[in-house]
Design a protein around this ligand. Sequence first.
Ligand code: ADP
Ligand code: MG
Length: 237
Amino acid sequence: MTKTDRHTGTTDVVRLTDVRKDFGDYAALDGVSLTIGAGEAVAVMGPSGSGKSTLLNLVSGLDRPSSGSVVVGGQDLGGLDEKGLALFRRRTIGVVFQFFNLLDDLPALDNIALAGQLSGLKASAARERGLELMGELGIADRRDVYPAALSGGERQRVATARALMNRPALLLADEPTGALDSRSGEQVMQLLADLNELGQTLLIVTHDPRLAAQCARRVVEVADGRIARDRSTAVAR
Ligand code: ADP
Ligand code: MG
């Protein structure tokens, strides 16, 4: 599922080394090192403005560090140009956003299948895999429904299916339950927990400790751009 790093033979999915991110003279991240192994589920917690999204944006290659190195799925992102980063984002990671980011003009299945087509799958193969994922995520009956007619929880399941389309080495989610009521939020977290049980490596930002405990065995606490705490927890399931 994960690519083995050719140089070291390890199966770390994420390796951040002394990462710093400055916005002007403000250090949003100030010396962060973090390793995530294949199959781990890690929740990132911390107050608003502490640097959680900045961290995720560096891991997902949406942004580049001011210094330090970011290696994901065996690829050193610092060595990739914009085209290489775009390919990396399509093939190596899947991202789930707080506000779903679905295309309103496309029914659920097409939203999901499009991610496969953008990575070179034929439309028919992409739809087939999309349907399979919708089945696994319990939303197969919503295939022809447009986002506006889906519930929040259903939208996030569609977004999750889309993120899984290309079998990413790493699934990232930034406050995936932030726009959901508590019941749908729990269901989405349970879905992520189930995916991790099946081997999916997860990196999830949430500020809800209960939801973090539900889906992650490891909680990384960020404060003022640094990792303040990194602990393994019992899983509440
Ligand atoms: P969190 O996700 O933990 O709430 P962020 O990572 O979004 O925090 O932001 C961390 C800090 O960096 C905040 O003070 C924020 O204002 C600042 N920041 C984030 N992105 C930018 C940007 N593009 N330009 C300037 N400052 C930014
Ligand atoms: Mg944030």
